[in-house]
Design a protein around this ligand. Sequence first.
Ligand SMILES: Cc1ncc(COP(=O)(O)O)c(C=O)c1O
Length: 197
Amino acid sequence: MVDWNKVREEFPVCKKYVYLNPAGGSPVSQSAASEGKRFYDEMLEFGDTYWEIWLERAENIRADLAKFIGATREEIGFTTNTSHGMNLVAQILKERGTVLTMRDEFPSTTFPWLNQKTEIKFVEPTNNGYSIDSIKKALTPDIKILITSYVQYRTGFRQDLEELGKFCKENNLIFVVNATQALGIFPVDVENATSIF
Ligand SMILES: Cc1ncc(COP(=O)(O)O)c(C=O)c1O
């Protein structure tokens, strides 16, 4: 059972404002702010003599994140933000074949592929959602990569990652998921979904 009062305490901004849509520039939590401050405080007072400790902290976070999404530590990479991550994925998979994705994905999901002129096909929405059936119908032999958001930024539609992961496995598709709108709210298990996140 979530203690919402405790969660709210983490976000002092909630004392003044009601957030209906925190996309774009979401409010920062007390924990994130104090960790950020700790870095600059240490840097101010001790320069980079904390280097080894920072590396150790980063490795601890890597291990925690791995546990959080059912991955191994070696499978976790840090990027500046989602757009950076999606650009890296697009470059890594550049020569792997045609991409199938959803029509109204967040721009950083599709722009890197369009920019590098990868062949890209779109599934059209039905009632603001994308059934697995409609994705299956859109599959053609040239498609080797399937990309979707876990939760769509514009509509809130949530995809069934486990089912789609099975479908990708059966069809030898590389499965790329943008989990920005879902991570921390809905469970993510990369083993079950067999995906790149
Ligand atoms: C699906 C999705 N991806 C990415 C982002 C943000 O990307 P970045 O972390 O690069 O700012 C958003 C923000 O609203 C989003 O909804």
